[in-house]
Design a protein around this ligand. Structure first.
Ligand code: UDP
Ligand code: MG
Length: 311
């Protein structure tokens, strides 16, 4: 089989109710571009009938391929596995829950053909809970500040990449990552376009509150050491301030005498700093944990079987 022009990459975790609808809209959208294509689904350890449905699709449709993980390794690992297996000139990622309209694909392709190497997307009228939207706002702003990158919407996974960006991503062997940010580090001419956004068609978000926090830690600490540096800086400022505070207390002792009533104020101050210290240990621990993960050099994901690939 010759090399396809487009590779569509879709992570799937318990999406049995969405897959058929997705295909109904995705196939015409991709065929309509007139380019050769492959569609690679990664089944990220689904416990429902997703794999069965995917395999049936792979049998029926030319160019549909399935990578089956042995367990749940996460959305970003699922995408990475598909990246490694992909060969298209343009690689497009998209969610399986129809939140990203497949009809936008031609616009992404047009941007790459204009010479951009990474096409990000900004969700227009994002259909998520107010809480998720607000959290994203905070994450987008702070990630741009911390990493020095410029992206308006890190969370939208409907994105297009030029082959060489994907090849470079494939050379990274880190075991936790955040693909849009990783791609941004290899992009020389990225752009962002506005795309539509829908509510999740069926089922529930696969991200619990805890998983979301983990994901955002991947984004923050995976791409910068600024959190560590900020913490060190804060430590220095605090110690300088506490020296000043001690001096003030000393002088006050000579002028007015020792103070006792302020005991609880002191507690408040103490708790504040203890909080800061614990947070700092946490941040350090986050990095140490990541270093540990990298040194162990465990496989990042395990493929049980692949369907639809030749060889
Ligand atoms: N997903 C995955 N593994 C996971 C979690 C999610 O492959 O551990 C897939 C999921 O099937 C979907 C995409 O990643 O195609 C985005 O997940 P979801 O829609 O639940 O995230 P949200 O839109 O709530 O951010
Ligand atoms: Mg979704």
């Amino acid at each position: 089989m010759e090399q396809p022009y487009l590779s569509i990459v879709i992570p799937v975790y318990n999406e049995e109710a969405n897959l058929e609808h997705l295909m109904e809209r995705l196939l015409p959208a991709v065929q309509g571009t007139g380019h050769s294509f492959e569609i690679i689904f990664t089944n990220d350890g689904s416990k429902d009938r997703s794999l069965e449905i995917l395999c049936r699709m792979a049998e029926r449709n030319e160019g549909v391929k399935v990578i089956d993980f042995t367990g749940n390794f996460g959305q970003h690992m699922a995408i990475l596995a598909a990246f490694e297996a992909s060969s298209g000139e343009i690689v497009i990622t998209l969610d399986a829950d129809l939140q990203n309209p497949p009809e936008e694909i031609p616009r992404l392709i047009a941007e790459i053909e204009k010479g951009h190497d990474v096409v990000g997307t900004i969700r227009q009228q994002r259909q998520d809970s107010a809480f998720r939207k607000m959290a994203s706002r905070v994450v987008n702003i702070s990630t741009n500040k911390i990493t020095g990158m410029q992206m308006q919407d890190y969370g939208c996974m409907l994105r297009a990449y030029h082959r060489y960006v994907v090849d470079n991503i494939n050379r990274c062997k880190e075991s936790t990552t955040f693909i849009p940010a990783l791609a941004q580090t290899f992009a020389s001419n990225p752009t962002e376009i506005e795309v539509g956004h829908a509510e999740r068609a069926e089922g529930e978000s696969k991200y619990s509150f805890y998983k979301l926090i983990r994901l955002n830690f991947d984004l923050m600490t995976g791409f910068s050491v600024v959190p560590l540096q900020l913490f060190a800086l804060f430590g220095i400022i605090t110690s300088v301030m506490s020296v000043a505070f001690a001096l003030f207390l000393l002088i006050r002792r000579f002028l007015v005498g020792a103070e006792v009533e302020g005991v609880f104020t002191l507690f408040a101050i103490l708790f504040f700093f203890i909080g800061i210290i614990i947070m700092g240990i946490g941040i350090v621990g986050e990095y140490v944990g990541r270093i540990y993960q990298e040194v162990r050099k465990r496989p990042r994901f395990v493929v049980r079987r692949a369907y639809g690939f030749d060889e």
